[in-house]
Design a binder for this molecule. Structure first.
Ligand SMILES: C[S@@+](CC[C@H](N)C(=O)[O-])C[C@H]1O[C@@H](n2cnc3c(N)ncnc32)[C@H](O)[C@@H]1O
Length: 255
């Protein structure tokens, strides 16, 4: 039986070769995705902890996968309206189940679309979002620069775009870098080594503020592009802060 969240998926979407590839990758992986990825998709909880959407604000995750981040966000910020899009119907099916299990169907909307060409009005009936997150998805989107530009175009006047993805690995041993890249390529993941430079350029072109931080010796890159200067983005004083994640040891990476 179709659940209500499924009805919000875009039925007009033309299933592309990329969508078929993502479905192929995740058809079985999605069942162990959340349990396994916590060991190597580092920096996601730090990104969520720093998000601070404004009261009643809107959040969009591009490449939302299993919905793990959206469910955490909706629980932490109880009046935020959350939206997620992904190219993989398989991942969206898992996300939909997670949303329904958490009884968050009223506050998390899901849709199938491509990161580089989505139309938020058709998908969600709104043009702009207060917070947009892209977590470990740019490394899987071939036209990742277009996806970044699309995200920046969808920011509200006080909005911010929060990104975490694989970094340039510069502080890690050369052997580790080679092994990591080879392993990631099995999943069609390509670290975007020029991501920090591209973000700086995009920020300049769009009049946004850009802050990037290399984490875990370059394993991950965290970035925020914001319409307001970083220290002017107001937190939500009346909301409980999301617990800061425990520091992650690099030991996990080889485990
Ligand atoms: C590594 S997963 C990350 C999922 C989630 N953001 C997280 O942090 O756990 C990458 C996700 O990006 C999605 N994806 C890949 N290419 C995409 C595209 N062109 N448009 C939208 N989503 C895409 C994949 O289907 C997958 O769910």
């Amino acid at each position: 039986m179709m659940s209500p969240a499924r009805n919000s998926f875009s039925l007009a979407f033309d299933v592309s070769a990329s969508g078929a590839l993502m479905d192929h990758i995740y058809r079985h992986q999605r069942h162990i995705y959340d349990a396994s990825r916590k060991f190597y998709l580092l920096g996601r909880d730090g990104l969520l902890a720093d998000l601070s959407p404004p009261p009643g604000g809107t959040v969009l995750e591009i490449g939302c996968g299993t919905g793990r981040n959206l469910v955490k966000l909706a629980k932490t910020f109880p009046d935020a309206l959350c939206h997620g899009l992904d190219l993989s119907a398989e991942m969206l099916d898992t996300a939909e189940r997670a949303v329904n299990r958490a009884r968050l169907g009223e506050r998390i909307r899901l849709a199938r679309a491509d990161a580089a060409s989505f139309d938020p009005v058709t998908l969600f009936g709104r043009e702009r979002f207060d917070r947009i997150i892209i977590s470990y998805a740019l490394s899987m989107v071939p036209p990742w620069r277009e996806a970044l530009a699309r995200a920046a175009d969808c920011l509200s006047a006080r909005g911010s775009l929060h990104i975490v993805d694989f970094g340039d690995q510069a502080g890690l041993p050369a052997g580790f870098q080679v092994a990591l890249k080879a392993w990631l390529s099995l999943f069609h993941v390509t670290p975007r080594e020029t991501l920090a430079a591209e973000l700086a350029q995009l920020a300049k072109a769009q009049g946004l503020h850009c802050k990037t931080a290399s984490r875990f010796r370059g394993y991950a890159l965290c970035a925020v592009l914001s319409a307001l200067p970083p220290n002017a983005r107001k937190g939500r004083e009346n909301q409980p802060p999301m617990a800061r994640p425990a520091p992650v040891e690099l030991l996990h990476l080889s485990g």
